[in-house]
Design a protein around this ligand. Structure first.
Ligand SMILES: [Zn+2]
Ligand SMILES: [Zn+2]
Length: 600
């Protein structure tokens, strides 16, 4: 619960293992050819592994991987030490004679300005080698002590791709071999499983299979079109958050889609966010913008509602507002980056003394919502002010707000870590980072304290002292945006939504045409109880109907035939494959209600 600093990947043991594995792979690849035939470029660790770039006399394919991996394991088994040597530019040039890419890098290092991976550097670096066995690389490290510290059962070559030297298409094309390394074979296996699962769960693919949303060239990029099923999901998600917010004392407002550009000039958004706004619409002499954020609108509403006394605070305005942001068309992707996004936005207007209590309330709400969506593994990044001039210069307010945030996190026993220098310029913030079932991290909810916009837009309240004061505003989003969150949960649940969220909960499947009427009767009965039910009275055979319902990941199938019809019962088949047997409709209803209550 107390402050924790995360170890950056670059300082971790895994990073050193992967960097060392990249060197070992480079040696193994070079040994597949005659001496001097292979030109080596760069080979850094990356997020999930490492790569190395080569210029090869003959193209390699994944069929070559087993031989290279075998040789890597031999090099690992020999426990060769990684030895560092600082050298002069001349020595380096001599060592890499005949290696044009390395020579170019050495030139860059000697002149200062770029590192051995071609990345810009502030200071002129020292030139160093790392040698293990017969392989020497131009390298700053860090590495493990010896090759034996790489687990030979936890390495794997992944793929081959083309890559231009220094990413420039005017340069020679190189062969990039991707590999990965973990500490244990179990971790490697889990990683490979996650990769496979991620492909299967891709929300763009599942969205199509489940018939949830489409994109159209006629509409334009980044604007998803939601089908009835997709819109039902949105509606259920928004309803749930709306109901929860109401329970926590938030009130819902509505503030439209167009705003005069002038308001964004006053609020400061015009200067800072002009590039995410769509171009203006001009009416006579007035420019309007599609709303890219709600804050100025909610603050304007606060002002228009008249004079506020401290006794009315906190005021909590929530809105499901579809906002429009200009994402470059090449950067929009599925539901995770769209141009029309619906934020579950809230602005709390409060006194400085209320920051802690309001922050705490938001924490509890967010926690409840994340758990409902089965995100039980999450942490909070508390972003604080850092050095530099971008932060509003009001140390007293910063101290107050930062202390209030920490106190609320501690009181709610929320695990968090602090990130200095990551705050917005107008105040500290807390971001919720949740892990999905594949272990991927998603930044979802956020709460931000704001000292600046309320003053810029002239907001006030009358304090106990009868004087005018500026309220503090807390910006808060629970799920972030409906679209992105939907993309995340499609993958999180692999399309098998919990019963409360499933757009179709029950599929009634008549065995033959003569059962259609009874099926319709059962469906009507369940609909009257608030369930979302469809009857598959198509001419398909029963098995095909069942397969289709399974593919749609519908939680319950009710197969009805002569026996059920005569007994006035239903025979549920659960998504899990369970068959609890025939039962009266009332009993089935009780089963569904229990699943909904338990979040199944
Ligand atoms: Zn290296
Ligand atoms: Zn806001």
């Amino acid at each position: 619960m107390s402050d924790k600093k995360e170890i950056p990947y670059i300082e971790s043991e895994l990073y050193r293992i992967r960097h060392s594995a990249a060197h070992v792979m480079a040696q193994a690849v070079m040994e597949q050819f005659e001496p001097g035939e292979v030109k080596i470029a760069i080979g850094p660790p990356i997020e999930d592994g490492f790569y190395y770039d080569f210029q090869l006399p003959r193209q390699l394919t994944p069929e070559d991987f087993p031989v290279i991996e075998k040789r890597m394991r031999q090099i690992i088994a020999a426990k060769h030490k990684f030895e560092k040597r600082v050298v002069s530019a001349e020595e380096a040039q001599k060592e890499f004679n005949g290696q044009p890419f390395k020579l170019e890098l050495i030139e860059g290092l000697a002149a200062g300005g770029i590192d051995e991976n071609g990345e810009p550097l502030k200071e002129k670096p020292e030139i160093s080698f790392y040698t293990h066995d017969v392989f020497t690389d131009l390298c700053r490290g860090p590495h493990v002590e010896h090759t034996g510290q790489i687990n030979p059962s936890a390495i794997k070559l992944m793929s081959i791709a083309g890559a231009y030297w220094r990413g420039d298409e005017n340069n020679p094309q190189l062969t990039r071999i991707y590999g990965t390394a973990f500490k244990s074979p179990k971790e490697l296996e889990e990683y490979l499983w996650r990769l496979e699962e991620a492909k299967k769960r891709d929300h763009r693919k599942l969205g199509k299979e489940l018939g949830l949303f489409y994109f159209s060239d006629d509409i334009g990029p980044g604007i998803p079109l939601f089908t009835p099923k997709g819109e039902m999901l949105r509606h259920l998600m928004e309803d749930y958050v709306r109901e929860t917010q109401t329970r926590y004392g938030y009130e819902h407002v509505w503030t439209g889609h167009l705003v005069k550009e002038d308001l964004y000039k006053k609020s400061g958004h015009y200067d800072n966010y002009a590039d995410v706004m769509f171009p203006p619409m001009v009416d006579e002499n007035v420019s309007f913008r599609l709303k890219p954020m709600n804050c100025p609108s909610h603050m304007t509403l606060y002002k228009e509602m008249g004079r506020h006394s401290y006794r009315e605070l906190p005021l909590r305005f929530a809105e499901f507002a579809t906002l429009y942001r200009y994402e470059k068309s090449g950067e929009v992707s599925g539901l995770t980056r769209v141009r029309a996004l619906t934020q579950d936005d809230c602005h709390t207007f409060c006194t400085p003394d209320q920051i802690q209590q309001e922050f705490s309330l938001s924490l509890q709400l967010i926690r409840e919502v994340l758990e409902r969506y089965r995100f039980s593994d999450y942490k909070v990044r508390l972003s604080l002010r850092g050095e530099g001039g971008k932060y509003v210069n009001d140390p007293e307010k910063w101290d107050l707000a930062e202390a209030a945030l920490r106190a609320a996190l501690d009181a709610n026993r929320v695990e968090y870590f602090e990130a200095e220098g990551e705050a917005a310029f107008y105040g500290p913030k807390a971001d919720f980072i949740a892990r999905d079932v594949l272990g991927r991290e998603w930044q979802l909810s956020t709460i931000q304290v704001d000292f600046i916009q309320p003053a810029r837009l002239g907001l006030a309240y009358i304090g106990e002292d009868n004087q005018e004061h500026t309220p503090v505003v807390l910006h808060r989003a629970v799920t972030g945006t409906t679209e992105r969150f939907l993309g995340v949960i499609i993958e999180h649940f692999a399309g098998a939504f919990p019963v409360w969220l499933a757009p179709e909960q029950v599929m009634v499947i008549p065995i033959a045409d003569r059962h259609n009427e009874y099926a319709a009767q059962v469906a009507a009965q369940l609909r009257a109880e608030g369930l979302r039910v469809r009857v598959d009275d198509s001419s398909d055979r029963m098995n095909a109907k069942i397969r289709d319902a399974q593919k749609q990941k519908i939680p319950y199938m009710l197969v009805v035939g002569d026996a059920e019809q005569e007994a006035g019962q239903v025979a549920p088949r659960l998504r899990s494959g369970e068959n609890p047997g025939a039962m009266p409709v009332a009993e089935f209803l009780a089963l569904v209600r229990k699943d909904i209550a338990e979040g199944n």
